[in-house]
Each structure stands twice: as C-alpha cells, then as structure tokens.
Write a new protein. Structure first.
Length: 390
C-alpha cells in the first residue's frame, strides 16, 4: 500500500479525465516545515528555484513560509513579482540575460543579479548607468567541484558554461573598481542538480571558503554567500522518503562553511522542495504484445513529462487500479508520441495491466509540468490539487 495514495483518493482520481498532474499540498507543507526546522536559527535564507515548478498554488504555499525566489529569466522575475514575492528576496541568475531582462530587474530593484561572466558585469554596469541606478550583484563562480550527477545537470565543472572561473580572478579584481554602479554583495555557486552523494557539498564548502578568503584579502566584505541548490530526492522509492533529509543537508554547511559575523548563507532549492508532492496520472490506452516484451501505452507522453526521454531519468510507476496485485509482469511503459524515446520506463515490473487502468508516474513535482510541450499539437495536461477532489 502506498502512503501517497489512499483508496478514497484513488477512487476520486479515477473519475478525472487523464492525463493530469496531481498535487498533494500537504506533502509540500510537511516539506517546508522540515526545512524550517532544519534551518533553525541559523542565518540561512532560502530562495525557491521557481524554474522547478511555477504553479500558483505551489508558489502561494512557498511564499507563506517567507521564502524568496531564485529566477533564471525575466519572465520568472515577473512571475515572482506577480505572485507577491518580495522584490528584495528575488535573485536573478543565468548565463544569458538579455538587456531587457536586466533592465526589468534593475527597475524592479531585485535583491541581486547573480552574475556569470566579466562581460555581463560590464553590460550591467552600462545599463545601470543608463538607468541612473545602483545594482546589487553576487558573483557566480565555477568552483570546479564534481556534483556526481547526470552530465546534463552538472553545472560546477570548469568545462561547463556557468560562472566565472578561478583563473579569471586577477582580471576580475582589476575590473571591480571600475564598476561604480555595482555593489558586489555576495558570492554565488551552484554545482548541479539531483545530488545524492552529499559529500560533494563538503567539497563545495571548502571551495567557498577559499574564494571568500581571496575576497577578504582584497578588502571586500560580503554580506552573503549563496551556495545554490541541487539536493536530490529519492526517485526509486518516494514513499520511503517523501521528505528529503534536510537536517543532514544543512548540517554539512553548518559544519564546513566559514561565515563571518552578520553574514548570511543563501540556498536555492528547487527539486527537493517540490518533487515529491506530485504525480502524473495517466490511463492505459492499449496493451500491446511485442516480440520479446509487452508495451503499456499511456495517454501521457514525453509532452507531459520529458525527464525520462531527456535525461534517462527514473520515475517510479504504479498501476493504481491494481495496487495490491503482485508486480509479476514486465512492461515497457510508453507514451503516444511519434518518437521512440517517448518511453517512461523499460521492463517495469507491474501487475498484469489492462486498457483503462490508471497509472501514476511519481515524483513529478519538479521539472515536470514546467517542461511540458505541445509537440504533436497536444494540449496542456490539467492540474488537479488533492483538496479539489477529496
Ligand atoms: N540555482 C541555479 C543557479 C540553478 O541553475 C538551479 C537548477 C537551481 C538553483 C535549482 O536546482 P535544484 O535544487 O532544483 O536541483 N531540468 C533538470 C534540472 C535542471 C536544473 C537547472 N538548474 C531535471 O529535470 O532534472
């Protein structure tokens, strides 16, 4: 029996037209409470990475916990403002900020631009001059720390496009006094996503201390350090760990990052906050016999959830119509899209499944709905919250 799906809920889900994204905001609440508890009275501030999921109800709940927002586009900055997040809690990162996006952030008066290159610093300086404004920035460094995750979501290695490299420091220190409109307030790092080997965060902390030391030697006082996000979740067995181990995560930073008096440590968590509060619900359209294996063909596909096709990522799949049956049949669970990569899982152990059965694809709260597309001219899947149907 699954903790996430009680029989009454399954009955209610079966009445809804598929496919749809199902959200349990109680799970989100418990997750947010766990973060608050783990942070305790440390001078830590959380910016939710809105790229993971920008649903209004999700944002409302996250805002109610006083979190800020981490954005990577002008559109995300606008969405954060529209949903009532305080402008002084909005950070804006990204390697390719357009001029109009920079202007938007400056005019709104956001907390910081997390700046990714020396050229970007000069562009922001020019735009700030034009607008006759001062701008708060944090410098995003590439710490060259291996996050030991999928190569597409690794961001902290020297060969990645993100951040300023350590070997550019001399040039940076020469440039900084010329950036009269910029207040350099912090350092920013983000090494990757879905990090499950937490020892890599210890390596990040050591690099943070090195960088901070170099700035102090030059007389720069920084009011915050931003260590990004990346904490992974349990995709294999979501019910065993619906709430990630935030205590363990924050303790690494408590132990290894050297903060100076009045300095704050910022985090940009996305996935760990929202992944487990959602499942993609879909119906079996056909069960097709192949030469060596059978296919369960769903009415959801890579248009609704692209992660398996794009990153070969694993999402647990359950047949909600037969939760108590033995999982003694193997299926390739596929979608209806005209692409062979439109596959949610190969040789998935499931009960014998039939047309009309309801499947749940778990842990889809992060980078699920936000990454959907209308390929094959399919329409957007609906969003259904637990409180709407129970
Ligand atoms: N901060 C920055 C600068 C980022 O680039 C990201 C994610 C985050 C924070 C949040 O990371 P999180 O805590 O969610 O791991 N679409 C991919 C994930 C891409 C992550 C991009 N950056 C996926 O579905 O796995």
């Amino acid at each position: 029996m699954s903790q996430f799906f009680e029989p009454k809920l399954i009955k209610a889900l079966k009445d809804q037209p598929t496919p749809f994204y199902y959200y349990d905001l109680d799970v989100l609440d418990q997750t947010l409470q766990a973060i608050k508890k783990a942070v305790g009275d440390s001078p830590y501030h959380i910016h939710y990475a809105i790229k993971a999921n920008a649903n209004p109800e999700i944002l409302k709940k996250i805002k109610s916990y006083g979190f800020g927002i981490d954005c990577v586009s002008g559109e995300e900055v606008a969405a954060a403002l529209k949903h009532g997040f305080r402008v002084e809690q909005i950070a804006f990162a990204g390697v390719g900020k357009r001029d109009d996006e920079i202007e938007l952030g400056i005019n709104a008066g956001i907390f910081t631009f997390n700046v990714e290159s020396l050229e970007e610093l000069q562009v922001i300086q020019e735009i700030a001059e034009k607008l006759d404004s001062e701008v708060n920035v944090a410098l995003r460094f590439n710490p060259n720390v291996n996050a030991k995750t999928h190569e597409y979501i690794t961001t902290g290695l020297e060969e990645n496009k993100f951040g300023i490299n350590e070997w550019e420091l001399d040039e940076l220190f020469e440039l900084m006094p010329k950036l009269k409109r910029l207040n350099i307030r912090g350092l920013h790092f983000h090494i990757g996503s879905q990090i499950t080997d937490l020892s890599v965060y210890k390596n990040l902390c050591n690099r943070v201390n090195d960088f901070q030391q170099k700035f102090r030697e030059r007389g720069y006082q920084l009011d915050h350090i931003n260590v990004g996000g990346g904490l992974g979740v349990n995709y294999d067995d979501p019910d065993a760990e619906l709430i990630p181990d935030f205590e363990r995560f924050f303790n690494i930073f408590k132990e290894f990052v050297h903060l100076y008096p009045r300095q704050r440590l910022h985090f940009e968590l996305g996935r760990a906050i929202v992944a487990q509060c959602s499942a993609l619900i879909s119906k079996v359209l056909y069960v097709k016999k192949g030469v060596k294996k059978n296919f369960a063909i769903l009415d959801a596909g890579m248009t609704e959830l692209i992660r398996p096709a794009l990153y070969q990522s694993y999402h647990k799949i359950q047949n909600l119509s037969r939760l108590d049956d033995d999982t003694d049949h193997a299926y390739d669970v596929v979608g209806p899209i005209c692409e062979s990569s439109d596959c949610f899982g190969k040789s998935v152990k499931l009960p014998e499944s039939k047309r009309g059965d309801i499947f749940a694809i778990r842990s889809t709260g992060a980078y699920g709905e936000v990454m959907r597309s209308n390929y094959n001219l399919r329409k957007d899947a609906k969003t259904i919250y637990k409180h709407e149907i129970l």
